[in-house]
Ligand binder design. Sequence first.
Ligand SMILES: CC(C)(COP(=O)(O)OP(=O)(O)OC[C@H]1O[C@@H](n2cnc3c(N)ncnc32)[C@H](O)[C@@H]1OP(=O)(O)O)[C@@H](O)C(=O)NCCC(=O)NCCS
Length: 200
Amino acid sequence: MSFRIRPYNNADHNIVYDICLKTGDSGQDATAQFEDPKLIGHIYAGPYINLEPESAFILEHDTGVCGYIIGALDSQSFFRKIKSKWLPNLKNQYIYPDEFPTFQTKDEELIHLFYHPELPEVLPDYPSHLHINILPLAQGQGMGKKLMDHFINYIKKNGSKGFHLGLSIRNKRAFQFYKKYGMHKLKQDSETIIMGISFG
Ligand SMILES: CC(C)(COP(=O)(O)OP(=O)(O)OC[C@H]1O[C@@H](n2cnc3c(N)ncnc32)[C@H](O)[C@@H]1OP(=O)(O)O)[C@@H](O)C(=O)NCCC(=O)NCCS
């Protein structure tokens, strides 16, 4: 199979959302978890491809798009943009009743995040961050490594001092992949591991 990596363009919007869903349960297909298939993309893909599309890259093979790497050069200023430019539209579309006692569904859990977004990590030596998602047909063929190399060249050229990412503690495959790539663990709680590489 021959692959190529190219910049994101607007025509990729829906397929990026789709890949996000199909790999969104700690690397596995999350489709069955959500009634609204767009919710997970609204958190983990939409802000990147809409607010910082120049930092988004697509993995393509002969039959179409099969993965992506997306991120933000400066995580702190990106988060401010999410709050001012991305979440207001979502809050208009998705009403979150204050009286939700606890989340009954995964949909509610993500809608809650539109109203109470997770604060970004403050990691001055690792200011950029990324998300990488590849469909099963293209996994295990070295393309994850190539996408990471591509993204890192791009952020270095743009002056970044390093990057971090978060992954579910259940995503053992991704953890091994990032470790092999040379990333180290910066933080961990009961659900999430934060890993990073600093170029300094
Ligand atoms: C995790 C993911 C990005 C890895 O990409 P990939 O293309 O499958 O991995 P690669 O083929 O590029 O592997 C690169 C190296 O990591 C190693 N590696 C990959 N998975 C591994 C594992 N489970 N255990 C040990 N090493 C592993 C490979 O052996 C390879 O080493 P080599 O260069 O010495 O051969 C990809 O599988 C994916 O997108 N999964 C679904 C979505 C996901 O979980 N994203 C991460 C969310 S945080």
